[in-house]
Ligand binder design. Structure first.
Ligand code: GLU
Length: 287
């Protein structure tokens, strides 16, 4: 049986792009007699709000989507993320990092580093300032990073990692995407596994929870596709199963810009209040 999920972060109102993800996942679950789960990704307490969470429930039910209760909330799952982090630390693949975004940008804009200034799924690729620090020296205001090169070695080296793959269903057929160890090192880099403020990161939490909830199909926007190799390597390191991935096209505004949470003009609530029907929303996103 397939199991789909929709995993919003309650940091704003759901817009057409979210509705597209949720309805696509829901439709796939219904068409295959599968399950659809809702997960609230609320680890970033500073940005997540209960009022947005309630709006998400209202919008999704109005769209005709149903899910089993209780909904999984990531803030209830911190011990599971800690266990996964401890596993990676025990494998000696992590280091503590004290760098702020400003420190990283300053290091990268130094003339000799300029050439390395590339962006990955989390922003600028981390220039490994703290990579020789030991986890035994972690202080309370340190984040924890994955040493990507060490992780690749642990899994058997580049050629082995290049055989790891996942199914991409987002382009109408099943494509097998292989990991590319060099691009994990150069285009993702030493990603954060645990932020100092929240004790986990999106990457670690999403991988742990997709496995915990037995998700077989992850349906989400193409903007997250560059992070999927990170998720795949974390699954390999933690011995977790790999779901199928369906990264769908992004819903854009009339200027071709992709919708963001601040695009309240396209919030589902507004359409609802202005008399649109769920069928109208489907038509707007081409479902
Ligand atoms: N929580 C993420 C978001 O709202 C989505 C994560 C995912 O689908 O993997 O953007």
């Amino acid at each position: 049986m397939i199991c789909e999920r929709f995993a919003p972060s309650p940091t704003g109102l759901l817009h057409l792009g979210h509705a597209y993800s949720a309805m696509m996942a829901w439709d796939a679950a219904c068409a295959n007699g599968g399950e659809f789960l809702l997960r609230i990704e609320d680890t970033d307490k500073a940005r997540c709000k209960r009022e947005f969470e309630n709006e998400i429930f209202t919008d999704l039910s109005w769209l005709g989507i149903r899910w089993p209760e209780p909904v999984l909330r990531q803030t209830r799952r911190m011990p599971a993320y800690q266990t996964a982090l401890d596993e990676l630390i025990a494998l000696d693949l992590c280091y503590p990092c004290k760098c702020s975004r400003k420190d990283i940008e300053a290091a990268l804009s130094a003339p000799q580093e300029g050439a390395l200034y590339t962006y990955g799924p989390d922003g600028p690729i981390y220039p490994k300032i703290c990579c020789n620090r030991s986890m035994t020296k972690r202080s309370t205001d340190d984040a924890v990073r994955l040493n990507m090169a060490k992780a690749i070695d642990y899994l058997g080296g580049k050629s082995t990692v290049n055989t790891l793959n996942y199914n991409e269903l987002g382009h109408g057929k099943v494509e097998i995407i292989h990991l590319d160890a060099d691009s994990l090192i150069n285009a993702c880099g030493d990603i954060v596994l645990a932020r100092k403020d929240i004790g986990t990161s999106y990457h670690l939490a999403v991988v742990v929870d997709d496995a915990f909830q037995d998700i077989t199909h992850v349906t989400r926007g193409a903007d997250i596709a560059p992070a999927t190799p990170i998720h795949r390597i974390l699954q390999a390191l933690l011995g977790l199963p790999t779901p199928n991935y369906r990264h769908h096209r992004l819903i854009r505004d009339e200027n071709g810009k992709r919708l963001a949470k601040r695009d309240d003009a396209r919030a589902i609530r507004l359409y609802r209040e202005n008399g649109a029907s769920p069928q109208d929303i489907r038509a707007m996103v081409g479902l």
